[in-house]
Write a protein that binds this ligand. Sequence first.
Ligand code: ADP
Ligand code: MG
Length: 768
Amino acid sequence: MLRLDRVSKFYSAGGVVSSGFSKVSLNFDRGEFVAITGESGSGKSTLLNVISGLDSFEEGEMYVEGAPTSGFSGRDMEDYRKKYIGNIFQTFNLINSYTVYQNVEMVLLLAGYDRNEIKDKVRDIIKKVGLSEYEKTKASKLSGGQKQRVAIARALARETPIIVADEPTGNLDSKSAADVIKLLHDVSEDKLVIIVTHNYDQVEPYVTRKITMHDGRVVEDRKIRTPQVSEISQAGGTSAPEAEGFEKKRKETKTPGSLSFGNTLRLGVRNTFNLPAKFMLLLFVFLFLCGGTFMAYSSFKNLGAAAAGSGYTDYFTEARPDRIVVTKTDRSLFTDEDYEKLAALENVKSVEKRDLLMDTEIVFNSDEIGYYITAAPVRAEGLENLLTAGRMPEADDEAIFLFAEDDPYISDSMMDLALDEVSQTFDNNSGTGYSDMKIVGYGYLTEEMEEYYDDTTTWIDGVAGFTDAKLEDFETAKAASGSSVEIDIGNKIITAENYGYFNVVTGPSMEKGEVLVPEEMAYMGGDGYGKASELTLNAVNPYETKSADLKITKTYNQQNVATVVGVQDYEAVAGNVYISREDYNDLFGNAEYQASVIADDSRYARDVRAEIEDAGFDAFYVYEGYASSNASMTAILNTFRTVILAGVLAVLFFVSYFIIKLIFKSRNSYFSIARMLGATKENCAALLRWDMFVVFNIAYFILAALVAGAGREAYPAPSILISLAGYIDSWDYVILYAVLCILAVLLAARYSRQMFKKTAMNAHREEV
Ligand code: ADP
Ligand code: MG
């Protein structure tokens, strides 16, 4: 069944070619129990490795069942080994972290058997070698003799016709050695057994043939006794070509399959946990990789926010990072129910109805005393207790002002001077609504208010309290600034583009339905001989268009401006279109089309936005929605941060790789044993992948839980985790998982490529 015809094996190392053995011709049959002896270095192991397909040969031919093997591919060789060869080694080559059962089971799993089908078989074999009571004992805990019994059990498991044993008793005391040889003989009936030994006496009682090697050559090949072959196989007979009998037997035995997906997963997971130290080290590496990636990613987003934050918005000037602007998807008015729904969402601090005031910044400006104060407008009512001087506003042109007690720029003495002084007031952002105001009282901000306004993106000195009517004016002016106005006059449409500057404002003593326009505008809309007498104002805001039909009762020009408008300086008002307060409110009044939701913390803003959208509203996160003031700068910044992210990930990857390489050094023997037991490179790569993948998942979910928990203040987390959580929202967890999955698989792939470059034998040699 196995024939070597003048086979030679050479080793070449460093340009020097040496001979393992040369011109060996041997013929082996089933049922033989062959001993190969000879002094050390005579080529016994080399011969055995060639026979078992662990090593190649350079010269001659080896026939298996009459078929030459020199043309075998690596795959063919693996098949040959799986079908024919059971190996037993001097150093046992068990997987020490596996139990006896698992060691035997593994060869069958690698051969493609189902885990449940082989249970009885594995137990039977273990019983055969007398180790039933050690089934669940780890291999590392066994004595040498017991270990070699496990190795025999393992060699028997696949029911291969050939068993090769290289000095199986070399590491055993003489009593155990004798037992092992007897066992090997007893269990290998009908098989071809080849034992290399330098203690011939030990095997003498059983051998059918003795081969002696010297200096790489066979110097003696002697028959000791006739092989005992059972009847079935004898039927195949010596007369019939041996190949035929063997072919028959081979067909009876199951053709070797390969490791199934389920078993790969099972072994991979087993390998993950069975060496606790390795598992912990690997877990730390993956925690490091995941943590590093989380941080790199969050600073990537941070830079993105910075890039976005370096721009501006036209409409929303208050882009505080915890603010989300909400509208209804059908652009209809908000109802109380809507406000309640928003307020009930998780991580929502407050809902600001009619939030345009947030985008309004009032400036008090007095040339006389020389102050210029910016303030956020709020309701004065309810702030009585905070006043330290003056009184509450009683008219719409009166205000109170609150500032930080330790503000270095604003002092009580300055405010005392300002009290009751008339100052020009205007909205810094909409550019409309100039009016004369008096500050009639002042006080200090509460700590809470200070904190709140610290978060604002526009710089303010404090908070100004107004009457409700005045606040409405501000809101309306702000809404007007967000509306574009066109004037339909005669058969002309006048817009800011074709007229130049015009501005619709409320005028002194204007009646509802009346309009006061510049004279030239009236002529523009006229029929060519006179002035137009009426016009339609269209105010287009983001949600709707409102119109008012108005009578032109008066017009003004450079000469009559003082009497008609009541202002000396024509240039200051030129372009103003005056209408009544009622019409103004009808056109621009801030109806409740929009509200703002303030998140508990800016870290949750993105989560809150997602919640709002889930609840069926449109949400806009102003902070992210900046239009960039400088597109090319943003592009550069974006490229820069992407490059940095890629660079950091690459560094993390290679650092992890080198640590993993160190950790897995202890694992190399596992894979070389697996390969000798019939695992292909792909099997090993898959095992390794699962091993790492499982640890990666554990690391990922530990970290994700820590970060998410820190974000929710579920435990006293270090600040680094809390700030990490601020940048990572639910989608980011998915993205990060995907990215890290890829990294983990790449790590495994890179490591397998490195490790499995070598042949099974070379890998094994390096281990032992
Ligand atoms: P034995 O098992 O009889 O002690 P070996 O088969 O191990 O002998 O070695 C036979 C010869 O081949 C020796 O001269 C040894 O030095 C050489 N040899 C064995 N393995 C290698 C190897 N990997 N590289 C180079 N030479 C080797
Ligand atoms: Mg040897």
